[in-house]
Structures are given as structure tokens and as C-alpha cells.
Design a protein around this ligand. Sequence first.
Ligand SMILES: [Zn+2]
Length: 446
Amino acid sequence: MSYPFKEDVTIQFSHESLVKHINNRMESLPDSRLSGPNTRYEMSDAGLSAFSVFFMQSPSFLQQQRLMHKQRGINNVNTLFGTHKVPSDNQIRNLMDTVPPDHFYPIYRQIFSDLNQTGYFESFKVLDKQLLIAFDGTDYFSSKSIHCKCCSTKEQKNGDIHYSHTAVTPVILSPNQSQVIPLVPEFVTPQDGSNKQDCEIKASTRWVDRESDQFDHQEITVLGDDLYCHEPFCQHILGKNWNFIFVCKPTSHQTVYEHIEGLSTLGKVHHFKEKQWTGKETHDHHYRFLNDVPIKDGEGALSVNWCEITTTNESGDIIYKNSFATNHWLTKENVIDIITAGRARWKIENENNNTLKTKGYNLKHNFGHGKAMLSSTLATLNILSFLIHTVLEHFDERYRLVRQELGARKTFFDDIRALTRYICFDSWHHLLETMMEGLEIPIPTS
Ligand SMILES: [Zn+2]
């Protein structure tokens, strides 16, 4: 199914074509073991089967489908994801452990580029054409015994080693949009040739270097928490001709706050108040801002522009307070928009990382952790499945209608899990139309 968005662009944002992208990537693995067509099929089957578990958000999906196949000779992994057969968990684990996560990055980039061509991101832009990319790190694995060569390690006080995995998961978001669009992740992992431990900021810096080209001709503003509000990272962003709005806390930015307090007593910090009726009570938003503040002590320190919001309720209690450093020049006219953009960062935690952590990634028991790359590669497929669901919700009318009717995301996946356990569907289309019939939603003619 294709959805023309502009006269000259026709994009295939269907389940079938997106799954086909994954299949193609699996078949194009530059793996020395791919000596014959059977091995090629096996790799592809392993990749699609692993992806299907995340896509269906069902840890028991493969097990159920193997049973269906045994009883009836058919299964939904084959019909919905195009596998030839369903490998055992052991086979999936062994094969996927050899696949580097970056093998799937081109799919993310292709989806971004295709979405961009449709004009999808126009409604995301704020502050006069700025596209917001929020950075955040999320821990998605932690253990005292299970580990692989990609684990980060930390020695505890008692000498025990603690193993973990963290991913930086940038997303495109907007204060005006409920959807967030995940971009290629970057993993915090020991780097070749470096004795030092990797960290979130280093991983984010690598990400910027590797991915910035795809945003040519875009105005970009990067969002991040206080950790990112650090001179070298700010300079790195500016070096790409990008902008930033980072949380800037008093506890970690003493120089900034000494400067502000000094000028505040002289009445030189701009401030104003606005009232907002929430439907229940009136909130007072008190804004302060100051341009040209050194981010740290010492000569030649980067100069940033600082702003703060303090919200109080009718009893005078502070219910929200936050402050930001940015390179955007602040005026009374734009400071509220800058703060609104900076605050939109919460969506990355809520929408994206919560999905990675709680909605489907509790699968390490099924697949194990692997010895080499399995854990990072599965996380990459998991975020990819979230991206594809987000895209389908926008572009696939049947998907959108069913989601709207069912309301909660959980109900949608519960129903899909139950249906695919008992019925083998010819296609994703067939599955959605069966749901529409049950829900008495008229089926679109296109
Ligand atoms: Zn590991």
C-alpha cells in the first residue's frame, strides 16, 4: 500500500515494505560464513524472528508460532515477517551474536530520509524552522555475573565487577507533537584503542560525528539534560553549526549562577511573569533570562545564554522550576518558546526510553545476553520496532483506525498477541482487517 504525500513523492510506509528492508539488511551481511543460500536464509530468519518478538511485544511469540507450525504446518512468523522457518532460540542467539548493531542503522536513516521527504517533520519544527533532537542515555541491562565483550564494567567497593549496558537514544521530538521519532542509537561500550571507559557524552559525540551529515540543510537544536551542558560538548554542537538548549543546574554550574546572582542584585537580569489558567487554578510562570554568561570559570570560556522558569500555584508553592543554557540569543519574545522546547525533552524518557526498558525489552531470558554483540543488536532491533510502529501509526490508515478504537497501546498489543496465537494471518493487512471487522470499523477502500 502506498501513500502519496506530495505529488512527486510516493513512499512505501507499509508493514510489508519495512519488514522487507530488514530482510534485505540481513541478507546483505558481509559474513564469511554466508557460503551458500541456506546460510543466507538462516541469517535472515534469525534476524526477522528476533525482530518479530519486539514488533509483537510478545516474549512467547516464537514459542507459540513453533507450536502452531507443529500442529498445522503454518505460522505467523512466516506469513507476517517472511521467514522461511523459525529458528530455535539457540540458533537465533548464536547467529545474532555475530551481527553488529550498526548493520541495521541504514534502515533508521532510510526511514528518516523518507519521512523527511514527505514533509512529515514540518509540523515538528519550532523556533523558526528548528528541528529538535533530544539526547538521553538509558541503562537497559545490569548484572553481576552475565557479561559480554560490549559490557561496561564498574568495580564495586567490595571488589565485585558490575556489568551494564547503556545506549544513547536520540529522538526527534516537538512540543507540538505526541509522537517521537527514534534515530540511530549509539552504545556506550569499550572502544577499540582506548583504555578509558566509554561514557554517555563520548557516545553522544561519536553519534554527532557519524550522523550529522544526514541533517544537511536542516536547522538543528539539540536538547539534553544537565550532563550535556558541558563546554566541550556545547562546542562540538556549535562546530556542526547546530544549536543547543541544555538543562543548566546551579549545583553543576556554579560560575553561571554566581554571574547571574551578581547581575541580579544590580537589576540586570531580565524577568517577567505570566499567568496561566489551567482549567482548575491559576499558575504564575516567572521567567528570568540573561544573555552572554560564561559557562565555566577561566579565560576564553564559552559564553551561553541562560533562562529559567519558576511556576507557582495559587498558594504560592513552587510546582516547577528549571533552567537552561542555550546558544540561541534570548529576548522577551522568544524565551518562552526556548523554555518550551527545552522542556519537551521529557518526552524522550517517557515515550522512547520507557518503551525500550519496559515495553518489550524484558527478553534477555529468552535470548540470553550473548558473548559479543547480541545484547546491543537486540536493543537496536527493539528501538527499530518502536520506530516502525510509530511510522505505521501515522501512515497506515488501518493501523491508525484500530489503535484509535482500542485506545490504550496495551490493549492493541494484547489483542494482537491473542489473535496471532490462535489464527494464522496471510498478512499484516489481513490481521488489521480482521480486527476492524470485529470492532465494526468500516474498512477503507484504498
Ligand atoms: Zn554485555
